[in-house]
Design a protein. Structure first.
Length: 357
């Protein structure tokens, strides 16, 4: 038997790749889409009778046979060596964490190893994210439609490091799945400029740079705002984690606090909105949804968040009542965080809002 026949026999036994085999390819594609200058960014429909809510995952297609073979061989190597390194963020062959508390401890250690970003005065923190949204609109009779439409949104934000400076939010539609025509979800670039008022609100970096990084003190600050209810604390932590991506030392403390909450569970083998493989920690919200924090499967660094419907549930919208299906996931993936010298050129039809006091 020649080498080509032997290779053909090997490929014939290779199974079709699953979601995890495709995750890396999908992540690369989404990152390419979202790069400045490409078709990255997404629209928040305003004044068009449409309500967009954070949404779920993209579907992927089968990759080539050579890619499937590589994934199968890699899986075999990992299976042979798993557990050799223990739960070590620096070891890609480490055994996965056994529970939510362990994952959060590993995430805290990974965050603590990252330097805080300290933007100089006059500069801006630029964040790029992908958000998945469910789209609902109404027909001529006012009946909600298109409950199956999932829209991918590229969101960018430029926040001043200083209080009293304007900041910019930008969204643009990237893609959608489902039965809605393109003009229902793609409205081009939508800029919103937030301008200082008489008593300007502090941007995220300015508000969080004075927070302590000791977990006990961070927990005390959250308790003072939410009380001891674990669900309220979890909700507060999710928002703080999303805002503290520029300050990993604070993120590490937040994960330590989250690890002490009752009701958190580990969700293994998931992907974020950008298709990156991850592990999640979640908490049941008591309303048919579960809210998750997602971490990289190998490095345990924060990837993003999502809300998953754990059952079919009714939702009341301005358009009326709709049914949100079990398994639908709304979410956001953080792509990049960087310091830039100023705001980009703003769209001529940008909306302008006063920063609330």
């Amino acid at each position: 038997m020649n080498e080509m026949e032997e290779l053909g026999r090997l490929w014939a036994d290779t199974p079709e790749p699953g979601a995890h085999d495709l995750a890396a390819s999908r992540a690369a594609l989404m990152s390419a889409i979202a790069r400045p200058g490409g078709r990255g960014a997404l629209a928040r429909p305003r004044g068009r009778g449409v309500l967009a809510l954070p949404g779920a995952f993209l579907r992927t297609r089968r990759v080539g046979l050579a890619g499937a073979m590589t994934a199968a061989l890699t899986a075999g190597i990992l299976a042979a060596q798993v557990g050799l390194g223990g739960s070590d963020p620096g070891n890609p062959l480490a055994a996965p964490p056994a529970d939510a508390q362990t994952l959060l401890k590993l995430a805290a250690r990974a965050a603590a190893e990252q330097p805080d970003m300290v933007p100089p005065r006059g500069q801006y923190v630029h964040t790029r994210r992908l958000t998945q949204r469910s789209l609902f609109t109404a027909d001529e009779a006012g009946t909600p439609q298109y409950t199956d439409v999932l829209v991918l949104v590229n969101e960018e934000r430029w926040e001043a490091a200083d209080v009293g400076k304007p900041w910019l939010s930008r969204e643009q539609a990237v893609s959608a799945t489902g039965s809605a025509p393109r003009n229902r979800w793609d409205h081009g670039v939508e800029d919103t400029v937030y301008e200082p008022a008489a008593c300007p609100g502090q941007p995220a970096y300015a508000r969080l740079r004075s927070w302590p990084t000791d977990p006990a003190r961070v927990r005390a600050k959250i308790l003072a705002d939410t009380g001891p209810d674990p669900l309220r604390m979890w909700s507060s932590l999710q928002g703080l984690v999303a805002e503290s991506v520029v300050r990993p030392s604070l993120s590490a403390a937040l994960y330590e606090v989250a690890a002490g909450l009752d009701g958190i569970v580990l969700i293994p083998d998931t992907v974020d909105v950008a298709g990156r493989p991850g592990l999640a920690v979640g908490m049941d919200q008591g309303d048919g949804t579960r809210s998750d924090l997602i971490f990289d499967k190998r490095t345990y660094r924060y990837l993003g968040e999502r809300t998953v419907n754990t059952r079919d549930r009714k939702a009341r919208l301005p358009l009326g009542e709709v049914i949100e299906r079990k398994g639908t996931a709304n979410g956001t993936a953080v792509l990049t965080v960087e310091v830039v010298p100023g705001l980009p050129e703003v769209s001529p039809n940008a909306s302008r809002m006063q920063i609330p006091c």
